[in-house]
Design a protein around this ligand. Structure first.
Ligand code: PGA
Length: 246
């Protein structure tokens, strides 16, 4: 399965960063056996698409309704019109800071699908949940309730992101990553049959040029969702390079 390396710029990036986006696109396309994308703040999407024809630009969230009186919100159709091809949904920063639950994430996924966007649905346990030994229970529960019934590999990617590993420089042991990715794969196959084998499962949380090779070598780690290390081409490149050996 081709690896999928996705940058998540979070609330970073002004128009002055367009050259960085172009540098990332140029390095990414030079690794032709890896799929890559950059998920940008919404106001940057149209300009990034305009300057990087054919490169996959994504968003980081969308609203669950098509349109209406939702001050400050952005619909999936608006993102698609701006040129986005995909959106992250259910990132732990949205679940934690804005109280998004699984039902909302699932509704957002359906809205994205009807606008023609692919989705990356994030799931992951907190430090407290891990310490209580609840990782698998939490993660598989989120998977089951956030992912729509007609999910398939043409529009859905899963990203396992332990909340405590995001932006902290910490990562789980490689054995723990292998175990939870295997459990996610098992649940996908049980629910979606053969299609469940094809849905990509990314790892996210402090992935960088130093640890990418060992994380990407794990069975059922089909790519990465990268925050801090996606903000410059120099930091992103070694991750894409590590993904290109498969
Ligand atoms: P990080 O973020 O790579 O900065 O830990 C990952 C993410 O939040 O998707």
């Amino acid at each position: 399965m081709r690896k999928f390396i996705v940058g998540n710029w979070k609330m970073n990036g002004l128009l002055s960063e367009l050259p960085t986006i172009t540098a990332i696109r140029e390095l990414a396309v030079s690794y032709s056996n890896v799929d890559t994308a950059l998920c940008l703040p919404a106001p940057l999407i149209a300009s990034a698409v305009l300057h990087n024809d054919g490169y996959i630009i994504g968003a980081q969230d969308c609203h669950q309704e098509i349109s209406g009186a939702y001050t400050g919100c952005i619909s999936a159709q608006m993102l698609a019109e701006a040129g986005a091809k995909l959106t992250i949904l259910g990132h732990s920063e949205r679940r934690g800071l804005y109280h998004e639950n699984d039902a909302l994430v699932r509704a957002k996924a359906l809205a994205a699908q009807s606008a023609g966007l692919s989705v990356i649905i994030c799931i992951g346990e907190t430090r407290e949940e891990r310490d209580r030994g609840e990782t698998e229970h939490i993660v598989l529960g989120q998977l089951s309730a956030s992912v729509p019934d007609d999910a398939n590999s043409s529009w859905v990617t899963i990203s396992y992101e332990p909340v405590w590993a995001i932006g902290t420089g910490l990562i789980p042991s490689l054995e723990d990553v292998a175990q939870i990715h295997a459990a996610i794969r098992g649940a996908l196959v049980q629910r979606f049959g053969d299609e469940g084998m094809k849905i990509r499962i990314l790892y996210g949380g402090s992935m960088n040029g130093d640890n990418a090779a060992s994380l990407l070598a794990i069975d059922n780690v089909n790519g990465g969702l990268i925050g801090g290390a996606s903000l410059t081409a120099a930091k992103f490149e070694p991750i894409v390079a590590a993904a290109s050996v498969y």
